[in-house]
Write a protein that binds this ligand. Structure first.
Ligand SMILES: [Zn+2]
Length: 421
């Protein structure tokens, strides 16, 4: 008996083969007037139109709609730091429906692979959320979970609840890993917090469990950050060589770089420049000056930078009042800040309100090459987690395809070959 793909009624069906046309952004180039050919959930061919006939795909390509000039075909984007959108946030989600509201808000805008990010909360809440999100990861809706906290510096807490920050607790790490059933993938930790760095610390336990420690929300000196990077990079090389260490939203919520006090930023830039670290940048024009995004990418290279949204529930929604875990957040003119009646401008920035494609657009507008900006939002983050099935328009990978106009406004999204609506 031969096994054939079945449609939803269970009837065996031939694989559906179709082409998507436009200027195709592959991992290291833009291929003008090209096509991506999809069969079922896979990309089976990518190349210039003129080569399609020789590849035996003349009919398939001829059947595809003629693209408007300037149409871009991008890989599905990969966001490793995202707390929610569409009015729902992962730190507050108690149902699968709420999780999916946020996931679909981003998926419709081109993010086909994401980690769901939590924020600092009490242990029971973290364990409950982790278990719920693990169900969605089992179902293939999210790639996994990013725990931002609770082992963060009170001095650089940003929008995290100071009452719930704690020193390193390896027992809690083990419980989270267990609740996540293999889906806890990254955790933001501060090496200057007791119990995080060093033998028997949180970072060592994470590495042991195959979870990426991401340096962030830290008041560390350059030396402490350098030592921590060395510790984690060495540990990952030994026990999880497919994973790469990251820094959580470089510059934001960390001691700033000063020429007489370099802080963690100096250490992170040096580590990235030598290929040891991938730095997150929230390139949404709110968290960072676009010129800083451009400068960092030019300094350390696109392969060491991943663009993220750090989005919260308000992504894709109107201004107003939202929650970010235990913290109340006010969004005004698209900028989310911790609600603080004592300050007219509000408290610290509390996540972003963009989709990752918006970040790519802003990064291109800042002067970064399109291929590099797309790479930082797809290929590089996929590589951080060792994913080889997503992150680039290459034959054999999952058919995650985003079609945009020349201004990077989304027009169509495919995930595993299926239309996202
Ligand atoms: Zn965050």
């Amino acid at each position: 008996m031969t096994v054939e793909p079945a449609d939803r009624t269970g009837t065996p069906a031939a694989p559906e083969v179709f082409a998507v046309r436009g200027d195709v952004v592959v991992p290291d180039a833009v291929v003008p007037d090209a096509a991506v050919v999809v069969a079922d959930d896979r990309i089976v061919w990518v190349g210039p139109l003129q080569d399609a006939v020789a590849a035996g795909l003349g009919d398939v390509v001829a059947a595809a709609a003629e693209p408007v000039p300037g149409t871009l075909v991008l890989p599905g984007l990969v966001d490793l730091h995202d707390h929610g959108g569409g009015g729902a946030g992962f730190p507050d989600a108690t149902t699968r429906e709420a999780v999916m509201t946020a996931v679909l808000e981003h998926r419709r805008h081109g993010t086909t692979t994401m980690l769901a990010s939590l924020v600092t909360a009490d242990a029971d809440t973290l364990l409950e959320r982790t278990a719920l999100l693990a169900d969605l990861a089992d179902a293939g809706e999210i790639e996994g979970i990013h725990a931002e906290g609770p082992f963060l510096s009170p001095v650089r807490r940003g929008a995290h609840d100071p009452e719930l920050l704690q020193t390193g607790d390896v027992a809690l790490v083990r419980r989270l890993v267990e609740a996540g059933r293999g889906h806890l993938r990254t955790m933001t930790v501060a090496p200057d917090v007791d119990g995080v760095a060093g033998p028997g610390g949180v970072a060592a336990a994470l590495v042991q469990a195959g979870v990426v420690p991401s340096l962030g929300h830290t008041d560390a000196t350059t030396q402490v950050a350098e030592d921590f990077v060395r510790e984690v990079v060495t540990g990952l090389a030994e026990s999880a060589p497919d994973l790469r260490m990251t820094a959580t939203h470089l510059f934001n919520a960390m001691r700033p770089l000063h020429h007489r006090d370099g802080g963690p930023v100096a250490a992170c830039l040096a580590a990235a420049a030598r290929g040891d670290l991938v730095v997150e940048l929230v390139g949404d024009e709110v968290h960072l000056d676009p010129a800083v995004v451009r400068s960092v990418i030019r300094t350390v290279g696109a392969d060491q930078v991943m663009l993220v949204t750090d989005a919260m529930a308000a992504a894709g929604m109107a201004d107003g009042a939202y929650d970010l875990g235990p913290m109340a957040v006010s969004v005004q003119d698209g900028v989310a800040r911790v609600t603080d009646p004592t300050h007219p401008e509000g408290g610290p920035i509390a996540g972003g309100t963009s989709h990752l494609l918006d970040v790519v657009r802003a990064t291109v507008a800042a002067g970064v090459d399109l291929v590099d900006a797309v790479r930082c939002a797809s290929w590089v983050p996929a590589g951080v987690l060792g994913l080889t099935d997503v992150g680039g328009l290459l034959a054999g990978r999952r058919a995650d395809v985003v079609v945009t106009d020349a201004d990077l406004v989304v027009q169509r999204v495919l995930r595993a070959g299926a239309e996202v609506v």
